[in-house]
Design a protein around this ligand. Structure first.
Ligand SMILES: Cc1ncc(COP(=O)(O)O)c(C=O)c1O
Length: 550
């Protein structure tokens, strides 16, 4: 299924006020008109967002699907045979059962145990690899080898220098020199690493207040509140908004932090198909008609929870459609921009910037600082009343220690650079470079014939590998050739859609991209990974993004 939409009835809000950001005319709240990464000419663009919204989720070739299932069946069969040999005491790997403590039931589920013992341990060395340097555009991976039948991994003492195509370092701010690092060190000298208190007590420093204000300005919303952990921002704040009697509509591929937070609310959760607006509308309409289970009373509140960029699919949320449904059915929207803030839009302000939508149209804007800002933490932006409410109600705000000051400073400096308030147009240069890198790599991968999922503008690029054996071989051979990539298989993906996920960065130079592509294409040829039947020439070009030289 290659999904490429064309349609004609989208209207962007077009009132221009004052202010300039990175040379573009902005709305009062800093929002800039523009669609899909392009700035409109004085806001006069009439283009529908769907004209330039290219996403591809090519269907699995039937033969590949059959052989992938057969691969898993063989692995499972061998697993059962080995378990039987272990039971008989013939196989020396004696991890058949977890140690039995009298009177206790087993702690792990047996299938998980089986999966880890017979499948995961075989490729354990390809996952969780330790890094011995900064995880910037390049890194040193600490080599290790499997011992005790894969149960433990021992470091060999060797280091493998590699290009890093796995970190979420979208704008390349994960640096140990330059302005961000210098200002963070200065802050450390003036304050401390930790604050040893929550915001409600003695942990609310001036620098935290500065970050809250700057984040609100950057997002183009009334107010914002920041937290020390992105995961906690979702899992601990969703329960502040929703409760039993409310309805939460959640995309099926939402991140674990959203899933956990949604469950903690006690609200009724309905899951809709990934980015599928027909399914969302159908479920929303039915839920409104039927009301709450048993009593059929109206829902107390309805919230749609989505992400900006989905980090396993590389898809971009169809925000204009979500907002159309929001207005039609009078429901709230919670948007997690963990992967899109900084990485999307002509000014790096995320999906609203990308679609040219006023950010105030989204009720709750959430995001993390661990990706594009090269730091850690999360934020929620929205109306003043929402943020004031969170200041007193949020579990993380009240009960957990606030953000480390040097980390806070890293975010402030990188955000100022993105906003064009420091380092001239370095922020814009990074945004454009990332956009260029994204399309260039996507085009070259497609030309080779890899099945590449996602939106043309998503710097998260899943390459579908299918076979578990090929997945591990790809990772190991890439690393030996100097390319560090992340792989993900079942159960993180569906059984047949094992994949490698590249994450691009503005810190990747053209030479690095070419070298990485040569490695991928070389190994891809050997492993016959060119399954795609799509036309080799994609619908997009990288030179639409005009690069700024240093
Ligand atoms: C969509 C999404 N939300 C939240 C988080 C959690 O953020 P953090 O890793 O900064 O805690 C992640 C992490 O990758 C994510 O992908």
């Amino acid at each position: 299924m290659d999904v490429t939409s064309h349609n004609n009835n989208h209207k962007t809000n077009g009132i221009h006020l004052n202010g300039h950001t990175n040379g573009f005319k902005t709305h009062k709240n800093g929002h800039v008109n523009g669609v899909n990464g392009k700035n409109g000419k004085n806001g006069s663009h009439k283009k529908d967002w769907r004209d330039d919204f290219h996403e591809s989720f090519e269907e699995t070739p039937l033969v590949v699907a059959i052989f992938t299932y057969i691969s898993y069946i063989i692995i499972v069969l061998i697993g059962y045979i080995r378990d039987y040999l272990r039971y008989l005491g013939i196989d020396r790997d004696q991890t058949l059962h977890e140690p039995i403590i009298e009177g206790f039931v087993p702690l792990y589920q047996s299938w998980e145990n089986f999966y880890k013992r017979n499948m995961y341990n075989r490729v354990g060395d390809c996952c969780n690899r330790p890094i011995g340097t900064m995880a910037g555009p390049t890194m040193d991976v600490l080599d290790w080898k499997a011992e005790h039948f894969g149960k433990s991994l021992e470091l060999t003492g060797d280091r493998i220098p590699a290009m890093n195509f796995g970190s979420y370092n979208y704008l390349g701010f994960s640096e140990n020199n330059g302005l961000c690092a210098a200002t963070a060190i200065e802050t450390l000298c003036n304050t401390s690493i930790g604050v040893s208190s929550s915001r409600q007590e003695m942990g609310y420093l001036q620098i935290h207040q500065e970050l809250d204000k700057l984040t609100a300005e950057f997002l183009g919303v009334d107010d914002a509140i920041t937290f020390p952990m992105g995961f906690g921002t979702n899992s601990m704040n969703l329960p502040c908004f929703m409760e039993p009697g409310c309805l939460l509509l959640s995309d099926e591929l939402n991140h674990a932090s959203l899933v956990l937070g949604s469950r903690l609310t006690g609200a009724t959760i309905k899951v809709f198909k990934h980015n599928n607006m027909e399914d969302l509308e159908k479920k929303l309409k039915n839920a409104i008609v039927e009301g709450q289970p048993k009593t059929h009373r109206p829902w107390r509140k309805i919230l749609i929870v989505v992400e900006g960029i989905y980090s396993m699919e590389g898809s971009i949320v169809r925000l204009p459609e979500i907002l159309r449904l929001k207005k039609k059915y009078k429901v709230y929207v919670y948007l997690d921009e963990a992967h899109s803030i900084g990485a999307l839009g002509p000014h790096g302000r995320g999906v609203t910037d990308y679609f040219g939508i006023n950010p105030k149209e989204v009720d709750i804007l959430m995001g993390t600082f661990s990706k594009s800002f090269g730091a850690a933490g999360g934020y929620i932006g929205g109306s003043r009343s929402i943020i004031n409410y969170l200041r007193t109600r949020s579990y993380t705000n009240v009960y957990s220690c606030s953000m480390s000051p040097p980390v806070t400073q890293q975010i402030i400096t990188s955000m100022r650079i993105i906003m064009g308030r420091m380092c001239g147009n370095d922020g814009l240069r990074r945004i454009r470079q990332l956009a260029w890198n994204t399309r260039y790599v996507r085009r070259r991968l497609r030309e080779f014939g890899f099945i590449v999922y996602g939106n043309k503008d998503s710097p998260v690029i899943p390459i579908i590998i299918y076979y578990p054996a090929k997945l591990a071989t790809l990772e190991r051979e890439c690393l030996q050739a100097g390319l560090g990539i992340v792989i993900a298989g079942f159960p993180a993906t569906t059984i047949i859609e094992s994949r490698s996920r590249l994450c691009l960065s503005a810190g990747h130079t053209k030479e690095m991209l070419d070298k990485a592509l040569d490695i991928l294409i070389g190994i891809g040829t050997k492993l016959r990974l060119n399954y795609s039947r799509l036309p080799k020439t994609p619908e997009f070009r990288e030179d639409d993004s005009i690069l700024i030289r240093d």
